[in-house]
Write a protein that binds this ligand. Structure first.
Ligand code: SAH
Ligand code: DHB
Ligand code: MG
Length: 223
């Protein structure tokens, strides 16, 4: 088993289902052309996120970590016409690219990119007392995942879904003695999910174009 077969299967599935339609393809090409790192979710993962958001009946989506807006486009597209996506990005350059990609996708009316360290923009968002979010996708700096979970919890309602990317890290997540702060952040994130009865959680291990990684999927229950 190797990356070669994982890539070949993703090629096959993408060709069969058209996971990467011209709008998403254009966003990926524009992001790479602008020099952004190629770390967006894969087309198949983007469909998975869109599927989860649809299953959750999401009308308000919060994303932490925008990059060029690839996952934001996939998520905002499944919103109803009066739905809203807010996505948080530290890098003004990434945010510029994302805004252009969201506009090209025809989603400028329902997607908003906010620039700043997410810890700060989450606090600012909370101060606005917005209507609660139905779906949260956490995909920024892994060290701060525990803080993002806490902030997200204050911004959602019971029944909301919280998804976190990159929680397997080629298996490194199982290494309690890892010196990698991203592993430590991920482990603390999962520990908090496990410790809090309000979360109903599973963790998906996956292989594919993005290597061996996975997502944590949680529902916030009303207890
Ligand atoms: N969700 C995107 C990929 C996000 S990559 C997609 O799948 O298309 C992670 C992004 O988080 C990068 O753009 C990075 O600049 C941003 N980021 C890193 N640290 C951050 C922070 N402290 N606050 C907000 N964004 C941050
Ligand atoms: C990295 C970040 C991501 O969110 C991802 O999906 C893959 C890689 C990174 O920072 O290297
Ligand atoms: Mg990611």
């Amino acid at each position: 088993m190797s990356a070669e077969i994982w890539n070949r299967v993703d090629d096959y599935l993408e060709a069969s289902f058209g996971f990467e339609d011209p709008v998403l393809a254009a966003a990926r090409v524009a992001s790479t052309a602008a020099g952004l790192p190629e770390i967006a979710v894969s087309a198949r993962e983007a469909r998975f996120l869109a599927l989860l958001a649809t299953m959750a009946g999401a009308r308000r989506i919060l994303e932490i970590g925008t990059l060029g807006g690839y996952s934001a486009i996939a998520l905002a597209r499944v919103l109803p016409a009066d739905g809203r996506l807010v996505t948080l990005e530290f890098s003004p350059k990434h945010a510029d690219v994302a805004r252009a990609n969201l506009a090209a996708a025809g989603l400028a009316d329902r997607a908003e990119v906010r620039i700043g360290a997410a810890i700060d923009t989450l606090a600012a968002l909370r101060a606005e007392a917005p209507a609660p979010f139905d779906f949260v996708f956490i995909d920024a700096d892994k060290e701060n995942y525990p803080a993002y979970l806490e902030a997200a919890l204050a911004l959602v309602h019971p029944g909301a879904v919280i998804v976190a990317d990159n929680v397997i890290r080629e298996g490194a997540v199982a290494d309690a003695s890892s010196a990698d702060p991203r592993v430590a952040g991920t482990r603390e994130y999962l520990a908090r999910l496990a410790a809090e009865p309000r979360f109903l959680t599973t963790v998906i291990q996956s292989v594919g174009r993005k290597g061996y990684d996975g997502m944590a999927i949680s529902v916030v229950r009303s207890l």
